[in-house]
Design a protein around this ligand. Structure first.
Ligand code: SAH
Length: 209
């Protein structure tokens, strides 16, 4: 699928305001190919149509790029590496830690980082609740892990002073935002149009008061 996939990826990224160098776009397509190879045995993703994967996996992940804060990023409940792997490929100057509790997912991610030679990615197999990082993070990012109040609780021990939680959501999470405790403040709520994706998407940036 490589050649066919490159143009929609580059076009979609451009619509998100991201100019992707060809080699990085190629790495993202290689990632989808590895995902396809491992998916049969490991059941890593339900989205397997190549066109849909560009939008749902790559472009949706990239839509969070402009909201990342600082240099140390952790993706909690990363699953097959989303949004962490596309973001790490897009921005080699930041360091990404990808956390998941399921060993078969992190085994796949180890294979991805070695195969693609991603020097800015660290993989950690643990429940987020048990994770005690040696250095805290500037941004905690999460897609499809939990509701905002729970994400806030999970992020608490991971954030450096001034750090943010960046939650990738579908519809505007009105109830979840209301349920956040007063310890947290919503800094930004942005609707994003992910090219090729019919569903609604929102980015929510939350910080500690
Ligand atoms: N972020 C990915 C995966 C979402 S599915 C995506 O958007 O496609 C949720 C993932 O979180 C699963 O891979 C599951 O193993 C992991 N997970 C769920 N609870 C967790 C916890 N408490 N700590 C670490 N990982 C968790």
């Amino acid at each position: 699928m490589s050649a066919d996939a490159l143009a929609p990826l580059l076009d979609g990224a451009k619509q998100l305001g991201i100019i992707l160098p060809g080699n990085r776009a190629g790495q993202m397509i290689d990632y989808l190919e590895l995902l396809g190879q491992w998916n049969r045995a490991y059941n890593l993703t339900a989205v397997t149509d190549p066109g849909q994967q560009i939008s749902y996996h790559l472009l949706d992940s990239l839509s969070a790029l402009s909201r990342l804060h600082g240099t140390r990023i952790v993706d909690i409940g990363t699953g097959a590496g989303l949004p962490g792997i596309p973001l790490a490929i897009a921005d080699p100057d930041r360091k990404f830690t990808l956390v998941d509790a399921t060993a078969k997912k992190t085994r796949f991610l180890g294979h991805v980082t070695r195969t693609l030679g991603l020097g800015n990615v660290e993989i950690v197999t643990t429940r987020v609740e048990d994770y005690r990082p040696p250095t805290r993070f500037d941004t905690v990012v999460a897609r499809a892990l939990a509701a905002l109040p729970e994400l806030a609780t999970l992020s608490e021990g991971l954030l450096a002073p001034g750090g943010i939680l960046l939650a990738m959501k579908g519809r505007e999470p009105v109830d979840e935002m209301r349920e956040l405790t007063e310890a947290w403040r919503i800094r930004e709520l942005q609707r994003v149009d992910v090219p090729g994706l019919k569903a609604q998407r929102h980015l929510v940036v939350i910080a500690k008061n």
